[in-house]
Structure formats: structure tokens, C-alpha cells
Design a binder for this molecule. Structure first.
Ligand SMILES: Nc1ncnc2c1ncn2[C@@H]1O[C@H](COP(=O)(O)OP(=O)(O)OP(=O)(O)O)[C@@H](O)[C@H]1O
Length: 481
């Protein structure tokens, strides 16, 4: 630009305009500034409206799904036949993984959510069938399916279970575990049941519910507590079991029973053998096998004939045949947990074998696995027992409350089994089927050669013995899925 052009521009821009006599460059400046302000304003309006839009999203979905972390969908075929398929899907929106159980076709759907009172149900699809408020017992038991659609057991309504347990009253409480309260109850058909109302603490109820249903829903065995059905309504998760009417082993061993225990040696052997049969069935009679993970005396329920029934499958894990172990968060009960599992989290069925060994020791001695009230050297049951056996003082380990002493041979045989079960090397621990034979075998203390020769026969017998005790009266119910 030449000097002449510059001077011309300056004089032109400095000319006063008709707008309040302002000079042209001032007007141009104001105009440009106004445009910038306008653009900025439009941009901020745009961003704010976008933010609002996105933050509204969850609220909008509230109309479709509940804002709280759980939602239960029952998907039911309204099929004229009684074989209507249904499903229960439990969806955690927070940290809990989705849980689904046998989802059927979703022509009809009813949603029960935590937000609603248990008496409401809400439709979510065009074809929705509402059970007349049956979601929470408000609609009455008659409108809900009586037969479970999971392929086993019964689907109980909250109303039914409330009626059975006197409204989940305190008088009906028979026990309280880490995951829920157990009530005794009597159903409309006079069946005595135990109802476990799972605590709804951050998804634990869902996990426990799913695990128990998966692990023992279809299982029938005389030494495993039978799960009769379940209730899924609103935030409620309940499990309905056969009622076992003689308390648990922990109460009989450590409760205030006076100087002489009602548990004789033969009762104790019966309890040990029954528990071994139940475990052998879980480990060797099912596919995938079930690792219980919480074998302990309070989880061994007893009937009036002192038969053992293993209960509380809330921590159970399934192990497929192609899997030798799973790594999991270490769970279980202090004193019963196998050392390798406690150290590495690697879980195999041998972890249950270890706990079973501790249980045998507890039954023989009447002592708790860890008892700080005892003198040093006796606090840890395994260590004390090993020392006593090593010092040839086996006869001194027996529960002083036992009405009569077992024969020395029987005692030693049982101690040997217990010690083998708690071998620090998990590989060296026997399988439960083998434990069962050791418990039954008369020749346990015979020379090694004879044991070797009978081993192949035992293997053959193993399977027969395990299968014999599973109740196959309900079709394929004893089979794993
Ligand atoms: N089917 C049943 N029949 C009779 N009583 C039962 C039944 N199931 C459980 N109980 C009683 O309820 C108690 C509590 O059971 P639950 O399995 O919830 O807890 P736990 O095993 O004692 O403790 P945790 O779950 O913390 O290991 C049991 O010890 C038992 O006395």
C-alpha cells in the first residue's frame, strides 16, 4: 500500500458518520465486536443445551427402567400349555455384573423395580401382561405362576412366604448368617420350610441368589439341603428350603449340652459319612462340579436321625471338567479355609476336602478349629492334633463329652483320614469319593500292597456309591442341567 493509499484510508476512516457522529473506524469496531459477542453467546447457548440434554438422559430412562441399581424382569410365555417358559433377569446397573437366569422369549414382560412398592408392577412393552399387581403380592398368589419356570422347584409369591412366616416375624427367626436371615415357616399345604431372606446389600443378595439357584436348584441328594423354590419380588430375594428339624452341628458340638453330649460316636460317624457323601456328589457326581467353599459345622444341618445335610451354597463355585481350578476372592470361614486357597485364591475341590478334614477333627475333639481361649499350642486345632498324634496320645484328643470312647482302631482310622484331608499339599489330599471309601473301608490299616490291589475296585465302586444316594425320582433332576 502506497503512502497515498494509507493517508486516504485514514482520512476515510476518520470521517464522522451519521451514527451519533461517531467516526467510521469506531462504528466498524463496534460492529465487529458485536458479531464476536453474538457468536460467543450462540456457542454457549448451544453447549448448555447439549449438557442439559445429556444430563437428562438417565431421568428419561427412568420411565423405562428404574434409576436404582436393580431391575427384575419376568418374561413369561402366555402359552395355553402349562409348560410356559419364563425367565428372571436381574440387571445391575452399578458395579454388579448382569445376572440372568434362563431367559425365555419376551413376548410378554412385567417389570418389578426397587423404586416401586412391592405391590406394583409396570409394563414395558406393548404386549405386556401385568399380573394384576402380583409383583409384590398385591395381586394375590393365584395370578402368579405356581410352578417355577427355571425348570425346577416352585416360584413363591412374597404374600405366600409372608403368610408362611407370620409376616417374617422375629419369633420365626431360626438363624442369621452373613447373607440373610433364616425364618421357619409353614406353607399353605402344611409343608414346613426354612425361608432365607437375603440381605440386599450392594448386590450380594443377587449374587447369593444366583449362586444358590445355580448350584443346588436341580440337585437332589439326601445329604444336601433341598432348595424347594424361590421368591423374586421387588427388592426381595428369598430362597425356600426343606426344613431340617434338628439344628446344626455347631450347636450340638459347642452349645450348652451339659457334661455328656447327645452325639454318640456312631452319630458322629453317621454325620461324617453323610457329609462326605454330599460332598462327593457335588465334586464327582455333577458336571460342572460344585465346590461348596464354606464347609463348617454351622452349615451341616441335622435331622432327628442325626443325618447330615450340607447347607448354605451361597459361596459355591462351579468348576467345569476342563477347568482344574478357578481363582477367586478368598471367601469362607476362618479356620476352615485351605492354606493354598487362602494364599493364592486358587480354588479346587481339594479346598472343600481340607475344610472337611477340619470338620472331622472338630467332630472327634469337640473343639473349634481356632480357639483363643485354649493354652498356647492348643489354639490351632490342626497343629495341636498333629502334635498329639505324633506323641502317640491319640486317645487323649477325643471330646471329653463323648458318652463312650470309640475303639482305638476306629479312632486312629478316622484321625488318619482327617490328617490326609488337611495335607498342606492339596494334590496329596484324597478326593471325596476316596475319603468315603476310607471311612467305610475295613481294611484301611492293612499293608499298602493290599490297599493298592483293591484300589481299582474302589474306583469302580466310587461312582456307584455316589450315584446311589442321589434321588433321581424327579426325572433328570439329579443331573446337572
Ligand atoms: N433348611 C434349614 N432348615 C433348618 N434350619 C436352617 C435351614 N437353613 C438354615 N437354617 C438355620 O439358619 C442358620 C443360619 O443359616 P445361614 O446359612 O444363613 O448362616 P450360617 O451358615 O450360620 O452363617 P454364614 O452364612 O454367615 O456362613 C443355620 O445355622 C441353621 O441353624
Amino acid at each position: 500500500m502506497s503512502m497515498y493509499d494509507k493517508a486516504f484510508m485514514n482520512s476515510e476512516l476518520s470521517k464522522p458518520t451519521s451514527i451519533f457522529g461517531l467516526r467510521l473506524w469506531v462504528v466498524v469496531g463496534i460492529f465487529v465486536g458485536a458479531i464476536i459477542v453474538l457468536v460467543l453467546f450462540l456457542l454457549s447457548v448451544c453447549i448448555t443445551s447439549r449438557r442439559r440434554h445429556s444430563s437428562k438422559k438417565p431421568d428419561q430412562t427412568l420411565t423405562l427402567t428404574p434409576a436404582v441399581s436393580k431391575e427384575i424382569q419376568e418374561i413369561v410365555h402366555h402359552d395355553s400349555s402349562s409348560s410356559a417358559a419364563a425367565a428372571v433377569a436381574v440387571d445391575h446397573r452399578m458395579s454388579v455384573p448382569e445376572i440372568q437366569i434362563d431367559i425365555g422369549k419376551s413376548e410378554h414382560r412385567v417389570v418389578f423395580s426397587d423404586r416401586q412398592s412391592s405391590g406394583e408392577s409396570r409394563a414395558t412393552s406393548n404386549d405386556t401382561a401385568s399380573y394384576g399387581g402380583g409383583g409384590g403380592g398385591g395381586g394375590g398368589a393365584s395370578s402368579l405362576p405356581q410352578v417355577s419356570h427355571l425348570g425346577w422347584g416352585r416360584w413363591y409369591t412374597l404374600r405366600e412366604l409372608e403368610a408362611a412366616t407370620n409376616g417374617l416375624s422375629d419369633e420365626n427367626v431360626i438363624g442369621e448368617g452373613g447373607y440373610g436371615i433364616v425364618y421357619s415357616g409353614v406353607l399353605g399345604d402344611n409343608t414346613r420350610v426354612a425361608v432365607k431372606n437375603l440381605l440386599n446389600n450392594r448386590g450380594q443378595a443377587e449374587r447369593e441368589f444366583k449362586v444358590e439357584v445355580d448350584a443346588i436348584g436341580r440337585v437332589r441328594h439326601k445329604n444336601l439341603v433341598r432348595l424347594l423354590g424361590y421368591c423374586v419380588e421387588g427388592a426381595y430375594r428369598m430362597l425356600v428350603y426343606e426344613y431340617v428339624d434338628n439344628g446344626n452341628l455347631d450347636q450340638w458340638l459347642h452349645g450348652d449340652m451339659g457334661d455328656v453330649s447327645p452325639l454318640t460316636w456312631s452319630h458322629r460317624m453317621n454325620i461324617i459319612q453323610g457329609t462326605a457323601k454330599g460332598l462327593a456328589y457335588l465334586h464327582e457326581g455333577l458336571e460342572p462340579k460344585v465346590v461348596h467353599r464354606d464347609i463348617k459345622s454351622s452349615n451341616i444341618l441335622l435331622d432327628r436321625q442325626w443325618n447330615a445335610k450340607v447347607s448354605d451354597f451361597g459361596l459355591a463355585k462351579l468348576l467345569g471338567s476342563d477347568t482344574s481350578y478357578v481363582t477367586t476372592r478368598v471367601m469362607g470361614t476362618f479356620g476352615y479355609v485351605a492354606p493354598e486357597y487362602a494364599c493364592t485364591g486358587m480354588l479346587t475341590e481339594k479346598s472343600d476336602v481340607y475344610s472337611f478334614g477340619i470338620l472331622i477333627m472338630e467332630i472327634i475333639t469337640g473343639r473349634n478349629p481356632v480357639d483363643y481361649a485354649r493354652p498356647p499350642g492348643e489354639v490351632n486345632l490342626v497343629e495341636w492334633l498333629k502334635t498329639m498324634v505324633g506323641n502317640r496320645k491319640s486317645d487323649e484328643v477325643v471330646d471329653p463329652k463323648l458318652p463312650e470312647m470309640p475303639s482305638s482302631k476306629a479312632l486312629k482310622r478316622l484321625l488318619l483320614v482327617a490328617l490326609r484331608c488337611v495335607d498342606p499339599d492339596a494334590q496329596k489330599r484324597p478326593k471325596m469319593g476316596h475319603v468315603l471309601h476310607m471311612l467305610e473301608a475295613e481294611d484301611l490299616l492293612l499293608p499298602t500292597e493290599r490297599r493298592e490291589s483293591s484300589r481299582s475296585n474302589r474306583r469302580l465302586l466310587d461312582k456307584q456309591s455316589i450315584d446311589r444316594d442321589s434321588d433321581t425320582s424327579e426325572g433328570d433332576s439329579s443331573r446337572w442341567r
